[in-house]
Each structure stands twice: as C-alpha cells, then as structure tokens.
Design a protein around this ligand. Sequence first.
Ligand code: ADP
Ligand code: MG
Length: 391
Amino acid sequence: MNIQALSVHDYRNLAEAELSLGPGFTVLHGHNGAGKTNVLEALYLVSTLRSFRTSDLGVVVRSGTEASRVVVRGFDAGLGVSSTLEVRLERRGSTTRRVATADGKTVRSGAQFYGRVRAVLFTPEDLGVLRGGPTGRRQFMDRVLFGRERGHIADVQTYEKLLRSRNRILREEGLPAAERERLLGTYETGLAQTGARLWTRRLELLHELQARFSGAFASIHGEAGEQADRGGAGPVASLRYECKLGPVSAAEREPTLLQALLERRALDERRGGTSVGPHRDDLVVLLDDQPAGDFASQGQSRALVLAFKLAEVQTARERSADGTPPLLLLDDVSSELDPRRTALLFRTLGEHAGQCILTTTSPRYIDLPAQVETRRYRVDQGTITPDPAIA
Ligand SMILES: Nc1ncnc2c1ncn2[C@@H]1O[C@H](COP(=O)(O)OP(=O)(O)O)[C@@H](O)[C@H]1O
Ligand SMILES: [Mg+2]
C-alpha cells in the first residue's frame, strides 16, 4: 500500500502529529530526542502490530494518557481502493490492549492485518547484528520471513516449544525408559518436521536475496580513492547459510535432522541442550569470501546491512502482485558515511526504493537525487512541521 497520510495521537512524545507522504522520500530532521524514531516506530506498528524497540507496548502510550492511536491512509494499488488502517493501544493497569481496524472494521487476527502495509526497517541497532552472536542473525532472517511467509511465525513458535520439551526430557531423571523413549520420539519427529521448514525457508530467502545483495553492496559501497581511479573493483559481498549438517537437498532435510537428533541424544544429555537444528544455524555475511563480522570497517558494515535491506525491498517488490515496493524506514541512516558514500547510497535508494522515510539529525547528511520527489519535516519536541526551506 502506498501511504498518503499518517496521523499519530499520544504515541510516545507525539501528542498530535500529522504527516502527508509523497511517493518518494520523506525526510524527518531534528535534534536527538525530538521524536523522529518515534514516527518510524508508529509506522512500523501499523505494519507489524509490534514495536521494534520494546515488547511491552504499554511504554509507547504517551505519559499521562491512557491510549495511543496511529492511523494511516493510503492507496492499495492491488485492490484499486483507498484504505484506512488504524491501530489503537489502550493501557489498562499492567496490560495493554491492541485494537486494529481496517476501514472501520475491527481486524481480529494479526495474520489478517499483516501485509497490508509492508515495511522494511533499518535502525543503527542492526549494525550490531553483523558483529554479535548468531542469535541476532537468526532473528534477522526470521523477521524478514515473518513478513513473507504466513506460516513462519507459527513454525518458529512450535519449534521453540518442542525444543524446550526435548531439553526438559533430556535433563529429567527417573523417567521410565519407555516413557522417555516415547516422548523424545514425539518431540524429535516434530522438531525435524518444523525444523526442516525453517531451514528451507531461510535457505530460500538467502538464495533469493543473494544477487540483489551483492549488487546493492557494490553500488552503495563502491570503491573509494585511488583504486577506483584505476578502475579497480571493490570487495564482493555475499551471504551464506551455515548449518552443521552441511548442504542437504530439500527432500533430505527432515530425515537428516531427525537422524542427527537421534544420534546426539547422549551428547545432548551431557550438555543439557539440543546441539543441532536451525536454532544453532547462522547467517554468514562475506566480503571476498571472508566472514565480514570480523574485519568489516564501520562504513562497510553499514553498507552491508543497507544492502541487505535494499535486497529485501527489491525482492518484496518482485513478489508483490501489483509491483509496489514496501515502505522503507531508515533511522539515522547516513551519519558516519563519507560524502561520496552518502551520495552513492542515496543514488542507489533513488533507483530501487519506492516510498522511503528517513530520519537525520542534520539535513546535511542527506544528499538526495534531484529527480526523486522529496518532502521535508522538522521534528522538535514531539511536534512535526513541514519544512520546505531546506532544499
Ligand atoms: N511513553 C512516552 N511518553 C512521552 N514521551 C516519551 C515516551 N516514550 C519516549 N518518550 C520520549 O521520546 C523522546 C525520544 O524520541 P525519539 O523518537 O527516540 O528521538 P529521536 O528524535 O532522537 O529519534 C524522548 O524525549 C523520550 O523521553
Ligand atoms: Mg532516533
């Protein structure tokens, strides 16, 4: 859906805010703490019914008030109709009620609401994913899949539950042998079934993103200085799914995983946990075939993460029935990039992104191509005003 207007009421420090969005770029600028990220968070809420900063939605309701409301109005090119979506958060004691409506009608299940506004988000926290442990990278892949595959959330939840159950039985003492055997058998069969689906979806995701990712990295990062002058090519970025069980054909994934779980029972019992399966896999980002987490510079890390997001935008556009790219939300995107990289980044965004909302502390970090329509807003202590003065 193409969003034309956003209105936010009592969301964090935004008491009342109205924004009209164009089809191209919308730049929000303002000091630290002004409320820029809060605007992106509100848009993300309408996309996913979640926050990217907290799992407790009560904390986003503006202090001193009891309810937040976020409303977007847009045009759904697939259906050929205008549509209004609203998410309301009502604080009641220690719980927060979430109410979603589409064109005035309450939407009861999240699954029916997801996908109406598709969004791809970049936040500076994503940069930690490359350097940190594998948990963050697995979540990174799964979050993309939540937006693409209806069954993925349920499969992840089922898998985690089965994992806890297997681990509990492995640790439990004094269980009769037959009962233990029966329970482990049931859990392992389930783990192999759901685990193989998670494994396959992640592999397919990386396979689909691969070429777009390498291309986007090359155009964002380019090659600086002398080497470029000599026509040298920059490093090549690629993605690899790392799994203990090695490359296994789609049909063999479930039996291979089941076999591995059986074989590792004694080992897992000693360790007190399940040592094989998609919960132990990793996404490895490579620069010239070397794991980038270990040696990428800050600028390269930023370019790698942004290239991943752009690959996501492009593949989502190709997958969508009406060719509409998802909304791209970029938080503090260009601080730390040198002027040349900033220009390259925005040129690439201009080519591949559709609607894009970005925040910055200073408009001088933003170097947008002249041919893309741009709207600018100033954010100051929770108040948003159009700012046409800065060109
Ligand atoms: N529930 C809330 N009620 C009122 N203000 C809040 C709430 N949650 C966060 N804030 C305020 O929002 C501001 C941070 O906004 P943010 O969008 O992160 O700033 P930035 O412009 O730097 O991205 C802080 O001043 C914080 O105190
Ligand atoms: Mg911010």
